[in-house]
Design a protein around this ligand. Structure first.
Ligand code: IPD
Ligand code: CA
Ligand code: CA
Length: 258
């Protein structure tokens, strides 16, 4: 039943993306949420309010977890997990790499993912058991089976200064392999691009459910693999993630764990 909602959710993501695109490059008021360059703009707030209202109309009584407004309870077996603007720092600095991310947990399972990158008009959609798509065409993870031939992507938490041990050692180890590594500034796009085979793998710590929910569905549905750092099964409540094409998963996990 909920699979039939994909077109409507996709349309909401497109509308939300259009709001962001309208605001992009103009005067954006950015406020620091916690003194660690973790910015919020009026667009984060406005787009989340829009999605909260529209997704609640789409599935009455659904629950909602959003970055800016937190948790809203509901009786229906659907919880939307929304990052209205993933890549806020990029957006606020005129860097056109950001997206809207809408995931859904249905009957306790992460089941739906929609990510929209408005500047490139790229819409990623996925539903448990039904595959992952980019603008309607099926996508699949890459076929690279050696870490030494991989291109990877990662990100860094806002509070590295307070927690210098959280990611620098791992980053240095991967960097020392001499691999190309990118840092896009949007975890949701990192996952969507991994699903689309543009990256062979992604790792990051200290993420939140709204950064990962939709993208995890996409990677799984594109036949990739998602876990925590020590290869335990991925759960939204945990904050480390390794997402790959599956073929390099163990190699990347072993390198991160050394
Ligand atoms: C951030 C981005 C970034 C990641 C940060 C996230 P935001 O989300 O996903 O890539 O490295 O950890 O907080 O603040 O732009 O929604
Ligand atoms: Ca985010
Ligand atoms: Ca955000």
């Amino acid at each position: 039943m909920l699979q039939s909602l994909i077109p409507s959710v996709a349309q909401l993501a497109r509308n939300a993306g259009a709001m962001l695109k309208d605001g992009f490059g103009g005067r954006v008021t950015a406020r620091d949420k916690d003194g660690a360059h973790n910015l919020v703009t009026e667009y984060d707030i406005r787009v989340e309010a829009y999605l909260l209202e529209e997704l609640s109309k789409l599935v009455p009584n659904s629950a909602f977890l959003g970055e800016e407004t937190g948790r809203h309870t509901g009786q229906a077996e659907v919880t939307w997990i929304v990052d209205p603007l993933d890549g806020t720092v990029n957006f606020a600095h005129g860097i056109p790499m950001f997206c809207v991310s809408i995931g859904a947990v249905v009957d306790g399972e992460l089941a739906l993912g929609v990510i929209y990158q408005p500047m490139l008009d790229e819409l990623f959609t996925g539903w448990k058991g039904a595959g992952a798509y980019l603008n309607g065409s099926p996508i699949r993870v890459s076929t690279t089976d050696r870490l030494s031939e991989s291109i990877l992507v990662t990100g860094f938490p806002y509070n590295v200064r307070d927690n210098p041990d959280c990611c620098i050692d791992q980053f240095a180890r991967v960097l020392h392999q001499g691999l190309p590594i990118r840092r896009l500034g949007s975890a949701a796009l990192d996952l969507a691009y991994t699903a689309a085979g543009r990256f062979d793998g992604f790792w990051e710590v200290r993420l939140h459910p709204w950064d990962m929910a939709a993208g995890v569905v996409l990677v799984r549905e594109a036949h990739g693999m998602v876990s925590q750092y020590e290869n335990q099964p991925f759960e939204l409540g945990h904050n480390s993630i390794v997402a790959t094409n599956g073929l390099i998963h163990t190699q990347l996990i072993e390198l991160l764990a050394q």
